[in-house]
Write a protein that binds this ligand. Structure first.
Ligand code: PLP
Length: 360
């Protein structure tokens, strides 16, 4: 069977050259006589892999020297706890609630103090991003939390909130490396790899050094402290070795293909094509306010639950997989991450036009 166009939100499509290279190196990595899966994370060979992955990521994002890069486990979900446990020293922080993921992060933070919701788009089912230019922030809040791209709802913060001097913390899981983001605007950025950069099991954290301290929530387990991971260069315990190796290959693939400026260009073209189709369709329509649309996760509907289900099943049969919306919100969703080629979106749009003609 041939490979399909995979529109999954995560784990998601990876660049084919990366998969092929991993296949070639599967049994014997660089004459080590073993697979990367089988080697000690303390070996010279593996050390080179993780160091190079970090270097390439630093190059891609122009990460300044006063930021640490950590390769952790536990997903974005673990960061919902690690962020307040490590950073919410005054027991309060401000949260912007734009969808499922920021809502979850806010709930988790309540375990460690009294976070404050300073903006929310819950009133309209998270189908827009609230104005964050003049938020009323809490005086003693340790940070302002945001989710840059809400994977499930399909919104993107095209304009960063005015943090008014507060440390800005961003869950950038599903837009990470989709455009040249300015790391210096943030105190901490985290991203689960399985959306746009690699396999599940790796979580990347970029944290400004002055935020790494011993002053953490009492009882915070060692493994959940940024300081221990930072001091040990992500090797306090066994890191997700194979996942980091694949992420490293994706970083190289990005560098080879023009870096994040080039990625953004193609990503914008893909999104314009698909949203353009939705805006001109008599059957399909987008769900999110135009100004706040995600470039990565396009949420839409064919008008009814039945029509959505019909579309999902006919699309799958035609080789366009994973177009069903998240189980919590329904509808349809096409995730068009870096590794989804323009041709995949063009071809999907053609298929949608045919479907529309047959079903109007
Ligand atoms: C997927 C996702 C998460 C959760 O990631 P896990 O790896 O399942 O913990 C958190 N935030 C965002 C924005 C996501 O897309």
């Amino acid at each position: 069977m041939k490979r399909v166009y995979n529109f999954s939100a995560g784990p998601a499509v990876l660049p084919e050259p990366v998969l092929l290279e991993a296949q070639q190196e599967m049994l014997n990595y660089h004459d080590s006589g073993m697979s990367v899966m089988e080697m000690s994370h303390r070996s010279k060979t593996y050390e080179a892999i993780i160091k190079e992955a970090e270097m390439d990521l630093r190059t891609l994002l122009h990460i300044p020297d006063n930021y640490k890069v950590l390769f952790l486990q536990g997903g974005g979900t673990q960061q919902f706890a690690m962020v307040p446990m490590n950073l919410m020293k005054s027991k309060t922080a401000d949260y912007i609630i734009t969808g499922t993921w920021s809502k979850k992060a806010y709930s988790e933070a309540k375990m460690y103090g009294t976070p404050v919701s300073v903006a929310s788009s819950a009133d309209k089912n998270f189908a827009y991003v609230p104005d964050c230019s003049q938020l009323k922030l809490s005086e003693n809040a340790d940070y302002l939390y945001m989710c840059e791209n809400e994977t499930i709802n399909g919104t993107f913060m095209h304009k960063l909130p005015n943090a008014q001097g507060k440390v800005l913390v961003s869950d950038s899981s599903s837009c990470f490396l989709s455009y040249p983001m300015d790391v210096t605007k943030f105190g901490l950025i985290f991203a689960g790899a399985q959306k746009n950069v690699g396999p599940a099991g790796v979580t990347i954290v970029i944290i400004r050094e002055d935020l790494i301290t011993d002053d953490v929530f009492p009882g915070t387990p060692t493994i959940l402290r940024y300081k221990i991971h930072s001091e040990n260069d992500s090797m306090y315990n066994t890191p997700p070795c194979y996942g980091i190796y694949i992420c490293g290959k994706v970083f190289k693939w990005l560098l080879k293909n023009g870096g994040l400026e080039a990625m953004k260009k193609v990503n914008d073209q893909k999104a314009e094509l698909l949203y353009g189709m939705l805006d001109n369709s008599k059957l399909f329509h987008g769900i999110v306010a135009k100004a706040d649309r995600s470039i990565m996760n396009v949420t839409f509907t064919a008008g009814s639950e039945e029509m959505d289900a019909k579309f999902v099943s006919e699309a799958k049969a035609a080789g366009y997989d994973n177009l069903k919306g998240h189980r919590s919100v329904g509808g349809l969703r096409a995730s068009i991450y870096n590794a989804m080629p323009y041709e995949g979106v063009r071809s999907l749009v053609e298929f949608m036009k045919e479907f529309e003609t047959k079903n109007r």
